[in-house]
Design a protein around this ligand. Sequence first.
Ligand SMILES: [Zn+2]
Length: 330
Amino acid sequence: MNFALLANRAFRVLATGALLTLPGCQAIMRSAISSEVTATLKEIQSPEWMGSQVKGDVELVKLADDLYAYRWAGYRTVFLTTSEGVILFDPINPVAAPGIAKAIASVAPNPQIRYVIYSHHHADHASGASLLPGHPTILAHANAARDIKAWTHDGVATPTEVWEGNEHEVSLGEKSVKLFLLPISHTDGNVVMLIPHRRALYIVDVFPGKKSVTLLGAPFHSYHGDLRALAKVQSLDYDLVIPGHGKIGTKEDVTNYVTFLHDAKAQIAKSVKKLGLGEVFAEVQNPKVGALLFDAYDALQPKYGNWSGYEHHMLSALQWVLVFDSVLSE
Ligand SMILES: [Zn+2]
């Protein structure tokens, strides 16, 4: 690990956090961040990026007689088979979508794809639906549909049906799935899908998978927004959690992730005290701020060091908790 680089980055993030407290700067930062994000999303849906993913790195996992998870590189979607056709959640992207259709055709008693249900508007999960056979209904929450239109993502097919409010049910054949809008966290329009008869939940980009630390940060996630969204996720009734990235787990893994977020915040407070740092953001140049992040990193390692991504993403996660909790409180 390059500690000098990471420490440098820590200061930059903290400096950004300090700037964000000034209203004028906030507007500038927001537009800078949003063009950065747009560029990143464009990059990860380009043929070059998709081609750079390991070819053939796909996996079809049967979770129940009618429920399958399909993994493409680091991405996962889910589909449910019924006597009247298939309900598919995210199509992932134009490279993955034809493989998903093939997988469906190989296992579904009635392989006609009747629904594609978007988890949120981001092109790295929601593009490629137009390449699926059979003209399925493409369903999105109104907030995601609004953002698909506003962001003009390449490759994200326009929803053919939009739902509003906090809950929605989709029935096909003898089965149904329930959709729940989450409080603003990763986006203002993330939806989780509950498959009640299988006690399973599909969730994208809000829970990073079983025992996983992911890259968190502005502008998509807010610490408090994620906690509110995860509280909603915890209130639902299921056993199995199937994330859009990372390892499949159980409801207990979601609880463990919430505990992890609380532990990160509590540890930062402890490290601030230990190092004698009062107003962290008044002293952005104080080298102890970098020491703070490393102190918290080391303190949490015994409990979370075996989680995937700890080494690579934990310092960023701590910066994120610190910035959001101290500067952007809500
Ligand atoms: Zn996303």
